[in-house]
Write a protein of this length. Structure first.
Lengths: 350, 219
């Protein structure tokens, strides 16, 4: 059972690896690209905080995915994660800004359709609207942060070298926060579908209790870290060279805005706090860090007077919102059929 | 493992002081040069002039040491990676101004030009404009590091003074060639005042680049 579980888990681990390779670059790519941080330093900080975020705060977004469709058979979960991974790979090759979250949601819906289960439309609506809110919210935060940071830098009269030290320290802190938020928000994409079929039991280690879900998230977050160390450096170079020129202070604003958005969509304690104080809260949903970054860059672009706004990129995001889940659902549906009828695997329990 | 050094802030403070001292050297060089030319006009090649000429050389030497130290510190501590090349170019450009003060002063010492008294006031006026121009360049550059909103104001002063020095230089050169002094003297004097006026041109070039660096420095 255990070996079979790990074989089926491989698709989730692959998804985790690709998330680490691509999305972690959004957190510290600009800092490393502008030579403010060394890759090893950034990758180590990111890895530690991705694991903490995933294990400590990953449950909230995962529950939302579960309420969309609780994939109850291991082989089914394997195929849901694999379909998402294939769609992500396919869309990235097509140059469309793609989100693992959109792919996994599409794949879960595909599983729901295949197993004749109703898809909770309300949850689906919440998830889909969060994808639209995510880049917009990130742009709004970046827009206002730009003016605050600019005012601070212009009026503080700090020496250029000291400012460099502060920005460098700020980038380290924000990379840690961003990694925590990424782990908390995106672990649901990687491991969420395996939660219902997890074979692990709660363990207690010197007073530290890890639930079976947390053990699963720990394994998933380690696969993200492997992606960070093995492949994100290549992604960073692509971002550093191709996306746009950013001063370290703007890099900080972009990562800050993206991290805040991911955190807002991931932290259940923050959600509880906001609700208890009658403040508007956001649903706990896995969102795309890439789209949050693009939103933040747009926000800074608008704040700088409308420069750096590429309508082509916005168009590609919208195409991604629509096509990624549909493609993932289609792949998942077809693959589940083959897995069940050709390989005689149980892909759902009645 | 982490390249986060506690001493980073301490190193930064030291480097800040070096950059400040480097800017002080421009003002020192400009004021000493101004004094040197006045002494030369009054006393020709006196011991006092010899002494002040040595002073300028020492300032130039100290500025060179500071420049090398700033350059190596910026690289060894991996500071301001995005603006490092700009700062290095800025420091090099400022150093050229200090070097020119030293060169012109030494030329006066070596060539011992005969300068008719009627030109003294005009030369002093040119030297005043040129040294003030260099001082404002230094303040503009210093502002780039601390309060870059002031760079534009001081740059404007540099442009104004450079233009004024150009006019003074033109009038002086005209007057020299209209005079009855031997052609060799005319050429020697013309060459010397051209070198003095060149200091303002160097300051203007430095400020031109500084304004571009300032746009890059803003977020």
């Amino acid at each position: 059972m255990e070996i079979l579980f790990f074989i089926f888990l491989s698709s989730g681990l692959f998804l985790g690896w690709s998330l680490g390779a691509n999305d972690a670059a959004n957190i510290f790519g600009t800092a490393v690209g502008s030579k403010m941080l060394k890759f090893k330093t950034a990758a180590t900080i990111a890895s530690i905080f991705i694991i903490i975020g995933a294990v400590y705060s990953g449950a909230g977004a995962s529950k939302t995915l579960e309420s969309l469709g609780s994939v109850n058979a291991l082989a089914g979960a394997f195929m849901v994660a694999l379909s998402a991974a294939i769609s992500v790979y396919w869309m990235v090759r097509s140059g469309i800004s793609v989100s693992t979250s959109q792919a996994i949601v599409g794949a879960i819906v595909g599983w729901n359709i295949y197993s004749n289960r109703p898809t909770d439309i309300e949850t689906l609506n919440i998830i889909a609207s969060s994808w639209v809110i995510c880049p917009i919210l990130s742009a709004v935060i970046a827009f206002f942060s730009y003016f605050i940071v600019r005012k601070l830098l212009r009026h503080s009269h700090i020496h250029l070298l000291r400012e460099d030290c502060y920005v460098r320290s700020g980038l380290i802190i924000i990379a840690a926060f961003g990694a925590y938020a990424l782990g908390a928000n995106n672990i649901a994409n990687v491991m969420g579908v395996f939660v219902a079929s997890s074979p692990f039991h709660d363990i207690n280690f010197h007073g530290l209790t890890l639930s079976s879900t947390q053990i699963l998230f720990l394994i998933g977050s380690i696969s993200i870290c492997v992606g960070v160390f093995t492949y994100s450096q290549k992604t960073i170079h692509t971002i550093g060279n191709n996306l746009m020129y950013m001063t370290p202070a703007i890099a900080w604003i972009v990562v800050f805005s993206q991290s805040v958005v991911l955190f807002l969509f991931a932290s259940s304690s923050l959600q509880t706090f906001l609700i208890s104080h009658n403040l508007p809260s956001l649903p706990l949903v896995p969102v795309s860090s890439s789209q949050a970054v693009i939103g933040a860059i747009m926000g800074v672009g608008i704040a700088k007077g409308g420069r750096n706004i590429s309508w082509g990129i916005i168009g590609r995001i919208i195409i991604g919102w629509i096509t990624t889940p549909i493609i993932a659902a289609g792949i998942c549906f077809i693959s589940l059929f083959f897995l069940e009828n050709v390989f005689n695997q149980t892909v759902y329990l009645p | 493992m982490f390249n986060i050094k506690i001493s980073l802030f301490a190193n930064t403070k030291k480097l800040e002081n070096k950059i400040d001292s480097f800017h002080d050297k421009v003002i020192d060089a400009a004021m000493t040069f101004n004094k040197a030319i006045r002494i030369f006009l009054a006393e020709h090649r006196s011991d006092e002039f010899k002494k002040i000429n040595k002073q300028i050389k020492q300032i130039e030497h100290d500025a060179d040491m500071l420049r090398r130290s700033i350059e190596s510190n910026l690289y060894s501590n991996n500071l301001i990676p995005d603006l490092r090349a700009d700062v290095l170019e800025l420091v090099e450009n400022i150093d050229k101004v200090i070097n020119r003060f030293d060169e012109v002063s030494y030329k006066f010492y070596i060539e011992r030009p005969e300068i008719p008294e009627i030109y003294h006031n005009r030369i002093i006026e040119l030297v005043n404009q040129v040294t003030e121009c260099a001082e404002n360049m230094s303040i503009a550059s210093r502002s780039f590091f601390r309060d870059f909103s002031l760079v534009r104001d001081y740059s404007q002063k540099v442009y104004f003074l450079e233009h004024e020095s150009d006019i003074s230089f033109g009038h002086l050169k005209e007057a020299i060639f209209d005079s009855d002094i031997p052609l060799a003297n005319k050429l020697q004097l013309s060459n010397l005042i051209e070198e003095i006026a060149d200091v303002a041109d160097l300051a203007e070039d430095c400020v031109d680049e500084l304004l571009i660096f300032t746009i890059k420095r803003d977020i």
